[in-house]
Design a protein around this ligand. Structure first.
Ligand code: HEM
Ligand SMILES: *[C@@H]1O[C@H](CO)[C@@H](O)[C@H](O)[C@H]1NC(C)=O
Length: 339
C-alpha cells in the first residue's frame, strides 16, 4: 500500500510538470506546510494535518520504555529513548524544575526553525544553527553558544540528525519544566546544507505590527504568536539590559506556567522580573491582547495553543512530512501538577 503510494507520487508530479505551461512562472518557494498537506497523505502526514487543523490534540501522553529488542532500521524511535534519558540529566535541576540548559534549548528550537518564511528556499527546522554554517555568530543567537555545544556533543554520541535534535531538545525541555506540555514530537527531517536566510528572527525592539507580520509570513496568526511568546515563562535575559543580566521574564522561570501572562500585564510590575520590549508591545496590541488575557489563569488553554503552534514551528521548511515518524512516546512524562 505505502509502496504503491511512493511510486505514484513522483509519477503524479511528473504529469503536473508536463502540463504546466512553460511561460507560467513556477513558484520558486516551498510555501507553507498546509499546501504540502493537501495531497495524498501517509498516516503520519494525516496526523500532522489533523494536529495543525485542531482535529487532534498537539499534546500526547503516549509513553513507552525502550523495547528490549529495538531494531533501528524498523523503529526510528529507538535511539531517541537514549537521547531522551541523556537530556533529562542535562535539563532537570536538583529542585525538579527546568534549568538554564532547558531554557536555552527551548530558545534553540525556535531559533533554528524560525529562521524561515514562506518565501524561503532553505532554512527552517533543518539543524543549521547547530551545524557549522556560522549562524551561531549572528547577534540574535547570542546566548545559545553553550547549548549548541551541548547538543553537538549529544549529536556526536548518538549520531542523530541535527534538525531532529534541535526540535526534540525543545520538546524535551518544555515537558521537563513542571506544568509544560508534552508536544507531539516527530523525527526524520533532513539536515541543512547551508545557513538559514538572515533577517527572519524577531527583533526585540520591533513594533508589534512588524512582529505580527513576521510571524504571519511563517504561517502563524497573532493568537499563535501570543501563545508562542509564552515560552518566555521559562526565560531569563542577559543581553537586552546587561545591568539586569539573569533577570527572569516571570517570577517562576523554572516552571512552565501562565504567571508570565499575568505578570507582564500588571502595573506596577513585580520588580524582580524583566519584561522584554517586544512582549510589552505585543501584550497590549489589539490583535494579541484578548488572547494574552485569555491565558491568564488558564494553563490548559495555553498549553494546547502553544503545543499546536510549536508543532507548526518544528516543521517549518520541512518538505518530507509524509516520511516522518512520531517518537512522542520517548519523551519524559508530563508533570501537570508540577511534581
Ligand atoms: C516576538 C518574538 C520574540 C522575541 C522578540 C524574542 C526575544 C528574546 C530575547 C531578546 C531574549 C533574551 C535574550 C538574552 O538577552 O539573553 C529571549 C529569550 C528567550 N526566548 Fe524569546 N523572543 C521571541 C519569541 C520567542 C519564542 C517564540 C520562543 C520559543 C518558542 C522564545 C523562547 C525564548 C527563551 C526560552 C528564552 C530564554 C533563553 C535563556 O534564558 O537562555 N522566544 N527572547
Ligand atoms: C496576577 O498577579 C497579581 C499580582 O501579583 C496577583 O495579585 C493576582 O492574583 C494574579 N492573578 C492571577 C489570575 O494569577
Amino acid at each position: 500500500m505505502l509502496h504503491k503510494l511512493f511510486l505514484t507520487l513522483p509519477l503524479l508530479s511528473l504529469i503536473c510538470l508536463a502540463v504546466a505551461s512553460p511561460l507560467e512562472p513556477r513558484a520558486p518557494v516551498p510555501g507553507l506546510i498546509d499546501a504540502l498537506l493537501n495531497g495524498v497523505l501517509s498516516t503520519i502526514g494525516q496526523l500532522i494535518k489533523d494536529v495543525l487543523n485542531g482535529v487532534k490534540s498537539a499534546q500526547s501522553g503516549e509513553i513507552s520504555t525502550k523495547p528490549l529488542i529495538c531494531l533501528s532500521s524498523v523503529d526510528k524511535c529507538c535511539i531517541w529513548y537514549d537521547v531522551s534519558k541523556d537530556l533529562t540529566g542535562r535539563f532537570k535541576g536538583a529542585d525538579g524544575q527546568c534549568n538554564d540548559n532547558a531554557r536555552a534549548a527551548i530558545r534553540m528550537g525556535f531559533h533554528d526553525a524560525g529562521a524561515w518564511d514562506k518565501y524561503s528556499t532553505n532554512g527552517g527546522a533543518d539543524g543549521s544553527l547547530l551545524m557549522d554554517f556560522g549562524e551561531i555568530d549572528r547577534p540574535e543567537n547570542n546566548g545559545l553558544q553553550s547549548i549548541r555545544l551541548i547538543l553537538r556533543e549529544v549529536q556526536q554520541k548518538y549520531k542523530v540528525g541535527y534538525a531532529d535534535l534541535a526540535q526534540f531538545a525543545h520538546n524535551h525541555a518544555t515537558v521537563t519544566c513542571p506544568k509544560g506540555p508534552r508536544i507531539r514530537t516527530f523525527v526524520g527531517r533532513k539536515d541543512a546544507t547551508k545557513a538559514a536566510p538572515k533577517g527572519l528572527l524577531p527583533d526585540v525592539h520591533d513594533s508589534a505590527d512588524n512582529l505580527i507580520q513576521l510571524f504571519a509570513n511563517k504561517g502563524f496568526s497573532a493568537h499563535d504568536l501570543a501563545a508562542l511568546v509564552g515560552a518566555h515563562s521559562s526565560a531569563k535575559q542577559r543581553f537586552v539590559e546587561p545591568a539586569k543580566a539573569n533577570f527572569p521574564l516571570d517570577t517562576t522561570p523554572g516552571i512552565w506556567d501562565v504567571n508570565f501572562y499575568n505578570e507582564t500585564l500588571q502595573k506596577p510590575r513585580d520588580e524582580r522580573i524583566f519584561v522584554l520590549p517586544s512582549d510589552e508591545v505585543l501584550s497590549v496590541h489589539p490583535k494579541v491582547n484578548d488572547e494574552w488575557k485569555s491565558f491568564v489563569g488558564n494553563q490548559p488553554h495555553w498549553n494546547e495553543d502553544y503545543a499546536k503552534a510549536f508543532v507548526r514551528m518544528s516543521l517549518l521548511g520541512v518538505d518530507n512530512v509524509n516520511a516522518l515518524s512520531d517518537c512522542t512516546r520517548t519523551l519524559p512524562v508530563a508533570r501537570p501538577n508540577g511534581k
